[in-house]
Ligand binder design. Structure first.
Ligand code: GDP
Ligand code: IMO
Ligand code: MG
Length: 421
């Protein structure tokens, strides 16, 4: 049995949570493979909104195993808060499993994240300040603490050794407010709670499920343009958000990857710093933000909004080996008389369909084609045929530009607002 993948093709917040929650019903297991509490995945079920940060978006579906894979970084404080929220919402958590090799975010990782951002002046990454970068740095620097270590007698000693190292490092940066004593107390209390969770050798756990013909869905966090290797470096996150990250983040072979479902909004957003060729600074951008409710699910920051960008999507479709696309937030375009699509880039007088080496220091002038809007509400019938003609034309145009089938179209935040094409 192959592992299907769902991931973001833009700069995150494409609607991964909603699509994973919808599809989870058809799977036996949902696994997060990278990122951490920088993610905010929103699910709207029975009119109630839930935001998940570390826990896979299959958790609301009964009898489905949910795995936090080794590629994820875990903040015990956030995870416990998330578990409590779900428990209060009546969710069964007995099917949640955590890979021992997942790394832990220490309070001092968040401290370094804040101090490092403060040192950057105007060139800030716009990090969520959840300690993601410093934790992955300790992972690759071979200093990190892992989830499986919380049962070791040496755990506290190792924590204090690493903390001391961090306190040396933090001195190199400008001073920032951080109440380490309070955060440390909460952290150890949370660790005590996490000791009661199901802790597994993730790679054996997932491969056994594959061998037992279980249907598995891997849920990405962030988006491909935030990938540490292929994103708009240095304005990226610190993990591999693309399909190859599934293999490292769960311990499965590339030959086990099945369908790769890439998610894109019907337009584009980005939160935090960094280049965004199709960003709108006019009223259209304001309309997208207002109707799309484009405010960060983790930080509440307003998201930057712009038109859909074909060269950018062709790039991430290529890197990920996308086999089908889920197009989300089509309803957000309901009010537009006309909709623009960036089909090419003009780079210093040369027309290109490829992303330049460095979007940060290249003057990219997108070429736009305009399409008629539908200027009406989309009804609830969940049928492709009942979409306004202009909306169907927009979808077919995107399919022909992207050369990949759009197999799902989302028309609202609610679980049931999805058209299968
Ligand atoms: P994720 O990080 O990719 O899971 O996406 P987020 O949850 O951060 O942001 C997506 C936002 O759009 C959330 O508020 C969702 O409830 C909402 N959403 C998802 N799909 C749709 C849709 O088709 N239409 C509208 N209007 N909202 C949607
Ligand atoms: P989901 O899974 C959108 C952005 C931050 C910042 C950069 C680095 O909800 O799509 P980090 O905290 O990783 O050091 O931040 O990446 N970022 C996201 N943007 N959605 C996310 O996750 C993001 N996770 C990180 O805004 O620009
Ligand atoms: Mg999000």
């Amino acid at each position: 049995m192959a592992v299907d993948v769902i991931l973001g093709l833009q700069w995150g917040d494409e609607g991964k949570g909603k699509i994973v929650d919808y599809l989870a019903d058809k799977y036996d297991m949902v696994c997060r493979f990278q990122g951490g509490p920088n993610a905010g995945h929103t699910l709207v079920i029975d009119g109630k909104k839930h935001v998940l940060h570390t826990i896979p978006s299959g958790i609301f579906r009964p009898n489905i195993v949910n795995v936090i894979g080794n590629g994820v970084v875990i903040d015990p404080i956030t995870l416990v808060r998330e578990l409590d929220g779900l428990k209060n919402a009546g969710v069964d958590l007995s099917n949640l499993f955590i890979a021992k090799k997942a790394h832990l975010i220490l309070p001092t990782h968040r401290y370094i994240d804040a101090a490092s951002e403060a040192s950057k002046g105007k060139e800030k990454i716009g990090s969520t300040l959840k300690g993601i970068g410093p934790t992955y740095m300790d992972k690759t620097g071979r200093n990190g603490l892992r989830f499986g270590d919380i049962h070791s007698d040496e755990f506290k000693n190792r924590y204090h050794q690493l903390k001391e190292k961090h306190l040396g490092l933090v001195k190199l940066y400008p001073e920032v407010d951080f109440d380490l004593e309070v955060e440390e107390k909460k952290w150890f209390e949370s660790i005590d709670r996490l000791r009661k969770l199901n802790c597994v050798n993730g790679e054996y756990f997932v491969n056994e499920a594959i061998n037992n013909n279980k249907r598995i869905l891997a849920e990405g966090a962030q988006g491909s343009m935030l990938d540490i290797d292929f994103g708009t470096y240095p304005y990226v996150t610190s993990s591999n958000t693309v399909t190859s990250g599934v293999c490292n983040g769960l311990g499965i072979a590339p030959s086990k990857i099945g369908e790769v479902i890439g998610i894109t909004k019907a337009y584009c957003t980005r939160v935090g710093g960094g280049p965004f060729p199709t960003e709108l600074f006019n009223e259209d951008g304001e309309i997208l933000r207002r109707i799309g409710q484009e405010f960060g699910a983790t930080t509440g920051r307003p998201r930057r909004c712009g038109w859909i960008d074909i060269p950018q999507l062709l790039y991430t479709i290529m890197i990920n080996g996308v086999t089908q696309i889920a197009l989300t937030k089509l309803d957000v375009l309901n009010e537009f008389e006309s909709i623009k699509v960036a089909t090419k880039y003009n780079i210093d007088g040369t027309v290109s369909e490829q992303l330049p080496y460095d979007l940060c220091d290249t003057n990219v002038d997108p070429h736009y084609d305009s399409y008629a809007g539908w200027n009406q509400e989309i009804d609830d019938s969940n049928q492709m045929d009942s979409l306004p003609t202009a909306a169907k034309d927009y979808i077919s145009e995107l399919e022909s530009l992207l050369k990949v089938k759009i197999s799902m179209v989302s028309t609202g935040p609610e679980r049931e607002k999805l058209i299968i094409n």
